[in-house]
Design a protein around this ligand. Structure first.
Ligand SMILES: *Cc1c(COP(=O)(O)O)cnc(C)c1O
Length: 396
Protein backbone atom coordinates (compact mmCIF):
# COMPACT_ATOMS: atom_id res chain seq x y z
CA UNK A 1 0.00 0.00 0.00
CA UNK A 2 1.49 3.33 -1.02
CA UNK A 3 1.73 5.70 1.90
CA UNK A 4 1.55 8.64 -0.50
CA UNK A 5 -1.84 7.99 -2.03
CA UNK A 6 -4.89 9.40 -0.29
CA UNK A 7 -7.25 6.82 1.23
CA UNK A 8 -10.84 6.46 0.04
CA UNK A 9 -12.15 4.47 2.97
CA UNK A 10 -14.94 6.03 5.03
CA UNK A 11 -12.65 6.31 8.03
CA UNK A 12 -9.99 6.57 9.18
CA UNK A 13 -9.63 9.51 6.83
CA UNK A 14 -6.63 11.40 5.46
CA UNK A 15 -4.87 13.47 8.11
CA UNK A 16 -3.77 17.01 7.18
CA UNK A 17 -0.06 17.59 7.86
CA UNK A 18 -0.79 20.39 10.29
CA UNK A 19 -3.10 18.11 12.29
CA UNK A 20 -0.37 15.48 12.50
CA UNK A 21 2.02 18.12 13.75
CA UNK A 22 -0.50 19.43 16.28
CA UNK A 23 -0.79 15.90 17.74
CA UNK A 24 2.98 15.59 18.03
CA UNK A 25 3.88 17.28 21.28
CA UNK A 26 6.13 16.83 24.27
CA UNK A 27 4.64 15.21 27.36
CA UNK A 28 2.38 17.55 29.22
CA UNK A 29 1.32 17.05 32.84
CA UNK A 30 -2.39 16.47 32.55
CA UNK A 31 -2.89 17.66 36.13
CA UNK A 32 -1.37 21.06 35.36
CA UNK A 33 -3.24 24.19 34.29
CA UNK A 34 -1.58 23.78 30.87
CA UNK A 35 -3.88 20.82 30.18
CA UNK A 36 -6.97 22.83 31.01
CA UNK A 37 -5.79 25.52 28.59
CA UNK A 38 -5.45 22.88 25.87
CA UNK A 39 -8.69 21.05 26.59
CA UNK A 40 -11.10 23.98 26.81
CA UNK A 41 -10.84 25.15 23.18
CA UNK A 42 -11.32 21.56 21.96
CA UNK A 43 -14.50 21.16 24.01
CA UNK A 44 -15.83 24.56 22.99
CA UNK A 45 -15.02 23.78 19.36
CA UNK A 46 -16.94 20.49 19.46
CA UNK A 47 -19.89 22.38 20.92
CA UNK A 48 -19.90 24.70 17.90
CA UNK A 49 -19.52 21.86 15.38
CA UNK A 50 -22.46 20.01 16.97
CA UNK A 51 -24.48 23.27 17.28
CA UNK A 52 -25.15 22.65 20.98
CA UNK A 53 -26.67 25.42 23.07
CA UNK A 54 -26.91 23.43 26.26
CA UNK A 55 -25.48 20.28 27.77
CA UNK A 56 -21.98 18.88 27.96
CA UNK A 57 -19.26 17.76 25.57
CA UNK A 58 -17.46 14.61 26.70
CA UNK A 59 -14.18 13.43 25.14
CA UNK A 60 -13.09 9.90 26.01
CA UNK A 61 -9.94 8.01 24.97
CA UNK A 62 -11.81 5.43 22.86
CA UNK A 63 -13.45 5.14 19.45
CA UNK A 64 -16.97 5.58 18.13
CA UNK A 65 -17.96 2.16 19.45
CA UNK A 66 -16.94 3.27 22.94
CA UNK A 67 -19.12 6.33 22.39
CA UNK A 68 -22.13 4.05 21.78
CA UNK A 69 -21.33 2.17 24.99
CA UNK A 70 -20.91 5.40 26.95
CA UNK A 71 -24.27 6.68 25.67
CA UNK A 72 -26.27 3.67 26.80
CA UNK A 73 -24.47 2.77 30.03
CA UNK A 74 -24.73 6.29 31.42
CA UNK A 75 -28.42 6.72 30.78
CA UNK A 76 -30.15 3.33 30.89
CA UNK A 77 -30.74 0.36 33.21
CA UNK A 78 -30.78 -3.38 32.49
CA UNK A 79 -34.08 -4.39 30.88
CA UNK A 80 -34.85 -0.90 29.58
CA UNK A 81 -36.35 -0.77 26.10
CA UNK A 82 -34.76 1.16 23.26
CA UNK A 83 -36.13 1.55 19.74
CA UNK A 84 -33.79 1.15 16.76
CA UNK A 85 -34.08 0.57 13.04
CA UNK A 86 -31.60 -1.87 11.51
CA UNK A 87 -30.55 -1.11 7.93
CA UNK A 88 -26.81 -1.71 7.76
CA UNK A 89 -23.75 -2.99 9.57
CA UNK A 90 -23.35 -0.01 11.88
CA UNK A 91 -26.97 0.17 13.02
CA UNK A 92 -26.71 -3.61 13.49
CA UNK A 93 -23.60 -3.32 15.67
CA UNK A 94 -25.13 -0.66 17.91
CA UNK A 95 -28.18 -2.89 18.41
CA UNK A 96 -25.87 -5.81 19.23
CA UNK A 97 -24.02 -3.69 21.78
CA UNK A 98 -27.31 -2.77 23.47
CA UNK A 99 -28.39 -6.40 23.59
CA UNK A 100 -25.09 -7.45 25.14
CA UNK A 101 -25.72 -4.85 27.83
CA UNK A 102 -29.05 -6.46 28.71
CA UNK A 103 -31.23 -3.85 27.04
CA UNK A 104 -34.44 -4.84 25.31
CA UNK A 105 -34.07 -3.58 21.76
CA UNK A 106 -37.30 -3.09 19.84
CA UNK A 107 -35.94 -3.50 16.32
CA UNK A 108 -37.58 -2.12 13.19
CA UNK A 109 -36.11 -4.32 10.44
CA UNK A 110 -35.57 -2.11 7.42
CA UNK A 111 -34.12 -3.16 4.06
CA UNK A 112 -30.45 -2.25 3.64
CA UNK A 113 -30.22 0.76 1.34
CA UNK A 114 -33.13 2.46 3.11
CA UNK A 115 -32.84 5.01 5.92
CA UNK A 116 -34.57 5.39 9.27
CA UNK A 117 -38.29 4.65 8.66
CA UNK A 118 -40.01 7.73 10.07
CA UNK A 119 -43.59 6.46 9.88
CA UNK A 120 -42.68 3.16 11.57
CA UNK A 121 -40.80 4.99 14.31
CA UNK A 122 -43.77 7.25 14.91
CA UNK A 123 -46.15 4.27 14.96
CA UNK A 124 -43.96 2.36 17.43
CA UNK A 125 -43.80 5.36 19.74
CA UNK A 126 -47.55 5.95 19.51
CA UNK A 127 -48.17 2.29 20.34
CA UNK A 128 -45.98 2.58 23.43
CA UNK A 129 -48.66 4.08 25.64
CA UNK A 130 -46.93 2.79 28.78
CA UNK A 131 -43.80 4.79 27.88
CA UNK A 132 -41.47 1.78 28.03
CA UNK A 133 -39.19 3.06 25.28
CA UNK A 134 -36.47 5.05 26.99
CA UNK A 135 -34.42 5.99 23.94
CA UNK A 136 -34.59 6.03 20.17
CA UNK A 137 -31.27 5.12 18.52
CA UNK A 138 -30.55 6.57 15.10
CA UNK A 139 -27.61 6.04 12.77
CA UNK A 140 -27.35 9.39 11.02
CA UNK A 141 -25.12 8.09 8.24
CA UNK A 142 -25.07 4.32 7.67
CA UNK A 143 -21.49 3.89 6.54
CA UNK A 144 -22.07 0.37 5.22
CA UNK A 145 -24.65 1.41 2.65
CA UNK A 146 -23.94 5.11 2.11
CA UNK A 147 -27.36 6.13 3.41
CA UNK A 148 -28.13 9.25 5.41
CA UNK A 149 -31.18 9.41 7.62
CA UNK A 150 -33.42 12.35 8.45
CA UNK A 151 -32.73 13.07 12.12
CA UNK A 152 -34.94 16.18 12.12
CA UNK A 153 -37.69 13.90 10.79
CA UNK A 154 -37.16 11.48 13.67
CA UNK A 155 -37.51 14.36 16.12
CA UNK A 156 -40.73 15.39 14.36
CA UNK A 157 -42.02 11.81 14.58
CA UNK A 158 -41.18 11.68 18.31
CA UNK A 159 -42.95 14.97 18.93
CA UNK A 160 -45.94 13.91 16.83
CA UNK A 161 -46.22 10.79 19.00
CA UNK A 162 -45.90 12.96 22.11
CA UNK A 163 -43.27 10.52 23.36
CA UNK A 164 -40.66 11.50 25.93
CA UNK A 165 -37.89 9.07 24.92
CA UNK A 166 -34.36 10.35 24.52
CA UNK A 167 -32.85 10.59 21.04
CA UNK A 168 -29.36 9.12 20.63
CA UNK A 169 -27.63 9.71 17.30
CA UNK A 170 -24.61 7.91 15.87
CA UNK A 171 -22.93 10.70 13.92
CA UNK A 172 -19.57 8.96 13.62
CA UNK A 173 -19.42 9.28 9.82
CA UNK A 174 -21.45 12.48 9.50
CA UNK A 175 -20.39 14.93 12.19
CA UNK A 176 -17.98 17.61 10.92
CA UNK A 177 -18.69 16.57 7.30
CA UNK A 178 -22.46 16.91 6.97
CA UNK A 179 -24.82 19.44 8.65
CA UNK A 180 -25.62 18.48 12.24
CA UNK A 181 -27.96 20.39 14.56
CA UNK A 182 -27.86 18.99 18.09
CA UNK A 183 -30.14 21.64 19.58
CA UNK A 184 -32.44 22.10 16.59
CA UNK A 185 -33.05 18.37 16.26
CA UNK A 186 -33.51 17.84 19.98
CA UNK A 187 -30.69 15.31 20.17
CA UNK A 188 -29.93 13.92 23.63
CA UNK A 189 -26.65 12.20 22.84
CA UNK A 190 -24.55 12.59 19.70
CA UNK A 191 -21.62 10.23 19.16
CA UNK A 192 -18.60 11.03 16.98
CA UNK A 193 -15.10 9.62 16.66
CA UNK A 194 -11.82 11.39 15.99
CA UNK A 195 -10.83 9.53 12.81
CA UNK A 196 -13.57 10.53 10.37
CA UNK A 197 -14.80 14.11 9.88
CA UNK A 198 -12.35 15.43 12.47
CA UNK A 199 -9.44 14.12 10.35
CA UNK A 200 -7.46 12.80 13.32
CA UNK A 201 -6.01 9.39 14.08
CA UNK A 202 -8.43 7.03 15.83
CA UNK A 203 -8.44 7.28 19.62
CA UNK A 204 -11.20 9.63 20.80
CA UNK A 205 -14.90 9.14 21.32
CA UNK A 206 -16.49 12.58 21.16
CA UNK A 207 -19.97 13.05 22.59
CA UNK A 208 -22.52 15.78 23.03
CA UNK A 209 -24.89 15.13 25.94
CA UNK A 210 -28.11 17.06 26.63
CA UNK A 211 -29.29 18.14 30.09
CA UNK A 212 -32.02 15.49 29.84
CA UNK A 213 -29.44 12.73 29.25
CA UNK A 214 -27.31 14.10 32.09
CA UNK A 215 -30.36 13.90 34.37
CA UNK A 216 -30.97 10.29 33.27
CA UNK A 217 -27.61 9.33 34.84
CA UNK A 218 -29.17 9.75 38.28
CA UNK A 219 -31.36 6.69 37.89
CA UNK A 220 -29.46 4.67 35.27
CA UNK A 221 -27.99 1.51 36.77
CA UNK A 222 -26.04 -0.13 33.93
CA UNK A 223 -22.49 -0.68 35.20
CA UNK A 224 -19.96 1.89 34.02
CA UNK A 225 -16.53 2.93 35.22
CA UNK A 226 -14.19 4.05 32.45
CA UNK A 227 -17.09 5.69 30.57
CA UNK A 228 -18.81 7.28 33.58
CA UNK A 229 -19.89 10.81 32.62
CA UNK A 230 -20.16 11.75 36.31
CA UNK A 231 -16.46 11.16 36.90
CA UNK A 232 -15.67 13.00 33.67
CA UNK A 233 -17.78 16.04 34.51
CA UNK A 234 -16.50 16.25 38.09
CA UNK A 235 -12.92 16.24 36.80
CA UNK A 236 -13.66 18.67 33.95
CA UNK A 237 -15.01 21.13 36.52
CA UNK A 238 -11.54 21.13 38.09
CA UNK A 239 -9.84 21.52 34.69
CA UNK A 240 -8.73 17.89 34.73
CA UNK A 241 -9.56 14.35 33.76
CA UNK A 242 -10.47 11.26 35.79
CA UNK A 243 -7.55 9.38 34.22
CA UNK A 244 -4.80 10.05 31.70
CA UNK A 245 -6.21 11.88 28.69
CA UNK A 246 -4.99 11.41 25.11
CA UNK A 247 -3.31 14.82 25.25
CA UNK A 248 -1.85 14.81 21.74
CA UNK A 249 -5.18 13.87 20.17
CA UNK A 250 -6.93 16.59 22.13
CA UNK A 251 -4.40 19.14 20.86
CA UNK A 252 -5.03 17.79 17.36
CA UNK A 253 -8.79 18.07 17.85
CA UNK A 254 -8.57 21.76 18.74
CA UNK A 255 -6.44 22.31 15.65
CA UNK A 256 -8.69 20.31 13.33
CA UNK A 257 -11.65 22.41 14.47
CA UNK A 258 -9.60 25.52 13.71
CA UNK A 259 -9.12 24.19 10.17
CA UNK A 260 -12.83 23.39 9.77
CA UNK A 261 -13.82 26.82 11.01
CA UNK A 262 -11.22 28.62 8.89
CA UNK A 263 -12.81 26.96 5.86
CA UNK A 264 -16.24 27.64 7.38
CA UNK A 265 -18.50 24.78 8.44
CA UNK A 266 -21.03 25.62 5.74
CA UNK A 267 -18.23 25.53 3.14
CA UNK A 268 -17.00 22.21 4.55
CA UNK A 269 -20.50 20.75 4.12
CA UNK A 270 -20.81 22.25 0.63
CA UNK A 271 -17.43 20.78 -0.33
CA UNK A 272 -18.50 17.34 0.88
CA UNK A 273 -21.69 17.62 -1.13
CA UNK A 274 -19.81 18.68 -4.25
CA UNK A 275 -17.23 15.91 -3.90
CA UNK A 276 -19.97 13.34 -3.33
CA UNK A 277 -22.00 14.53 -6.29
CA UNK A 278 -18.98 14.14 -8.57
CA UNK A 279 -18.54 10.56 -7.34
CA UNK A 280 -22.19 9.82 -8.01
CA UNK A 281 -21.91 11.25 -11.55
CA UNK A 282 -18.99 8.89 -12.09
CA UNK A 283 -20.94 5.93 -10.73
CA UNK A 284 -23.85 6.59 -13.10
CA UNK A 285 -21.44 7.07 -16.02
CA UNK A 286 -20.05 3.59 -15.26
CA UNK A 287 -23.59 2.30 -15.70
CA UNK A 288 -23.84 1.52 -11.99
CA UNK A 289 -25.83 3.05 -9.10
CA UNK A 290 -25.32 3.95 -5.47
CA UNK A 291 -26.69 1.29 -3.10
CA UNK A 292 -28.78 3.98 -1.35
CA UNK A 293 -32.35 3.43 -2.50
CA UNK A 294 -33.24 7.00 -3.43
CA UNK A 295 -31.76 10.40 -4.08
CA UNK A 296 -32.75 11.88 -0.70
CA UNK A 297 -30.79 9.10 1.02
CA UNK A 298 -27.47 9.66 -0.75
CA UNK A 299 -24.70 10.22 1.76
CA UNK A 300 -22.24 13.04 1.21
CA UNK A 301 -19.47 11.15 3.03
CA UNK A 302 -19.50 7.65 1.52
CA UNK A 303 -20.93 6.01 -1.58
CA UNK A 304 -21.54 2.28 -1.67
CA UNK A 305 -21.37 1.41 -5.36
CA UNK A 306 -23.58 -1.46 -6.50
CA UNK A 307 -21.37 -3.56 -8.76
CA UNK A 308 -22.66 -5.22 -11.96
CA UNK A 309 -23.99 -8.80 -11.91
CA UNK A 310 -21.15 -11.29 -11.85
CA UNK A 311 -18.60 -8.73 -10.57
CA UNK A 312 -17.06 -8.82 -7.11
CA UNK A 313 -16.64 -5.53 -5.25
CA UNK A 314 -14.14 -7.08 -2.84
CA UNK A 315 -11.89 -8.10 -5.75
CA UNK A 316 -11.75 -4.49 -6.86
CA UNK A 317 -10.77 -3.32 -3.38
CA UNK A 318 -8.05 -5.99 -3.17
CA UNK A 319 -6.65 -5.14 -6.59
CA UNK A 320 -6.64 -1.42 -5.84
CA UNK A 321 -4.62 -2.12 -2.69
CA UNK A 322 -2.14 -4.60 -4.15
CA UNK A 323 -1.59 -3.17 -7.62
CA UNK A 324 -2.14 0.58 -7.20
CA UNK A 325 -1.57 1.13 -3.48
CA UNK A 326 -4.95 2.72 -2.98
CA UNK A 327 -7.58 1.98 -0.32
CA UNK A 328 -11.33 1.68 -0.94
CA UNK A 329 -13.92 0.15 1.38
CA UNK A 330 -15.23 -3.40 0.99
CA UNK A 331 -18.89 -4.30 1.32
CA UNK A 332 -19.79 -5.39 4.85
CA UNK A 333 -22.21 -8.09 5.99
CA UNK A 334 -25.21 -8.50 3.73
CA UNK A 335 -23.61 -6.48 0.93
CA UNK A 336 -20.16 -8.13 1.00
CA UNK A 337 -18.98 -8.45 -2.62
CA UNK A 338 -22.11 -6.72 -3.93
CA UNK A 339 -20.70 -3.25 -3.38
CA UNK A 340 -17.45 -1.46 -2.94
CA UNK A 341 -17.35 1.79 -1.06
CA UNK A 342 -15.75 5.10 -1.89
CA UNK A 343 -15.19 7.21 1.21
CA UNK A 344 -15.28 10.92 0.43
CA UNK A 345 -14.99 12.65 3.75
CA UNK A 346 -12.42 14.63 5.62
CA UNK A 347 -9.40 16.23 4.00
CA UNK A 348 -10.18 15.78 0.31
CA UNK A 349 -10.20 17.95 -2.79
CA UNK A 350 -11.65 17.45 -6.26
CA UNK A 351 -8.18 16.60 -7.58
CA UNK A 352 -7.62 13.93 -4.92
CA UNK A 353 -11.00 12.39 -5.56
CA UNK A 354 -10.39 12.27 -9.31
CA UNK A 355 -7.28 10.17 -8.61
CA UNK A 356 -9.46 7.72 -6.70
CA UNK A 357 -12.07 7.50 -9.44
CA UNK A 358 -9.26 7.01 -11.96
CA UNK A 359 -7.74 4.08 -10.03
CA UNK A 360 -11.18 2.52 -9.46
CA UNK A 361 -11.69 2.60 -13.23
CA UNK A 362 -8.32 1.01 -13.92
CA UNK A 363 -9.23 -1.81 -11.54
CA UNK A 364 -12.57 -2.29 -13.28
CA UNK A 365 -10.82 -2.54 -16.63
CA UNK A 366 -8.22 -4.94 -15.18
CA UNK A 367 -11.02 -7.13 -13.83
CA UNK A 368 -12.87 -7.11 -17.14
CA UNK A 369 -15.88 -5.21 -15.85
CA UNK A 370 -18.02 -3.65 -18.61
CA UNK A 371 -16.75 -0.11 -18.08
CA UNK A 372 -15.11 2.30 -20.50
CA UNK A 373 -11.87 3.77 -19.16
CA UNK A 374 -12.26 7.47 -18.48
CA UNK A 375 -16.06 7.49 -18.50
CA UNK A 376 -16.59 8.07 -14.78
CA UNK A 377 -13.62 10.39 -14.45
CA UNK A 378 -14.94 12.52 -17.34
CA UNK A 379 -18.38 12.80 -15.74
CA UNK A 380 -16.84 13.91 -12.45
CA UNK A 381 -14.50 16.32 -14.27
CA UNK A 382 -17.44 17.96 -16.03
CA UNK A 383 -19.29 18.35 -12.76
CA UNK A 384 -16.29 19.71 -10.85
CA UNK A 385 -15.37 22.12 -13.68
CA UNK A 386 -18.77 23.74 -13.35
CA UNK A 387 -18.99 23.78 -9.56
CA UNK A 388 -15.60 24.81 -8.17
CA UNK A 389 -16.58 27.70 -5.89
CA UNK A 390 -15.96 31.27 -7.03
CA UNK A 391 -13.72 31.79 -3.99
CA UNK A 392 -11.22 29.19 -5.22
CA UNK A 393 -11.16 30.83 -8.65
CA UNK A 394 -10.69 34.28 -7.13
CA UNK A 395 -7.77 33.02 -5.07
CA UNK A 396 -5.82 32.02 -8.18
C1 LIG B 1 -16.87 4.10 11.94
C2 LIG B 1 -18.25 4.05 12.48
C3 LIG B 1 -18.52 3.53 13.77
C4 LIG B 1 -17.49 2.83 14.59
O1 LIG B 1 -16.55 3.66 15.06
P1 LIG B 1 -15.15 3.09 15.59
O2 LIG B 1 -14.44 4.37 15.79
O3 LIG B 1 -14.59 2.23 14.54
O4 LIG B 1 -15.42 2.39 16.85
C5 LIG B 1 -19.80 3.63 14.24
N1 LIG B 1 -20.79 4.13 13.50
C6 LIG B 1 -20.59 4.61 12.27
C7 LIG B 1 -21.73 5.17 11.50
C8 LIG B 1 -19.31 4.57 11.72
O5 LIG B 1 -19.11 5.03 10.49
Amino acid sequence: MSMQNPVFIPGPTNIPDSVRKACDMATLDHRSPAFARLFKPAVEGVRRVLRMDQGEVIVIPSTGTGGWEAAVTNTLSPGDTVLAARFGMFSHRWIDLCQRHGLNVQIIETPWGQGAPLAAIEAALKADVAGKIKAVLATHNETATGVKSDIAGIRTAMDAAGHGAMLFVDGVSSIASMPFDFTGWGVDIAVAGSQKGFMLPAGLAILGVSPKAIAAMETATLPRTFFDFKDMLASYARGGYPYTPAVGLIAGLAHSIDLLEAEGLESVYARHHRLAEGVRRAVFAWGMEPYAASLDLYSDTVTAVKVPQGCDGTALVQLAATKYGMAFGVGLGEVAGKVFRIGHLGMLTEAMLLSGLCVAEMCMADLGWPVKLGSGVAAAQEYYRGTVPAMALAAE
